[in-house]
Write a protein of this length. Structure first.
Length: 105
């Protein structure tokens, strides 16, 4: 993008739709947990009507720059979880952190 001849907005994405449930399942699986054992679902916050289709259309950047995603959804989630675990491990070596319940919101 930085080598493009002129400034242009691009949509970056895989073009594949994933649910929040799939994200949670994938992230917890990275560390060997079942997400249902650790996540509380409150149906009050469910959408009455789901949006038609929330999916990135990266055809513009594909045509203009030849870009295509090189990392799958599962690989991306695993990289994110592993980076957080590495950060926690590094920080826990220095001191123990405790976040009171509710302060993560």
């Amino acid at each position: 993008m930085l080598l493009h001849d002129y400034p242009q907005d691009f949509i970056i994405g895989s073009g594949v739709t994933h649910s929040v449930e799939e994200l949670a399942e994938t992230a917890f699986a990275v560390v060997g947990f079942n997400w249902r054992d650790h996540v509380v679902t409150d149906t009050t916050f469910f959408r009455q009507v789901e949006p038609a289709n929330l999916r990135a259309d990266a055809s513009g950047i594909a045509k203009t720059l030849g870009w295509s995603p090189q990392v799958t959804f599962n690989e991306l989630i695993a990289m994110m979880v592993e980076a957080d675990l590495a950060l926690l491990t590094t920080n826990l070596d220095a001191e123990v952190y405790s976040v009171p319940r509710g302060e993560l919101l």
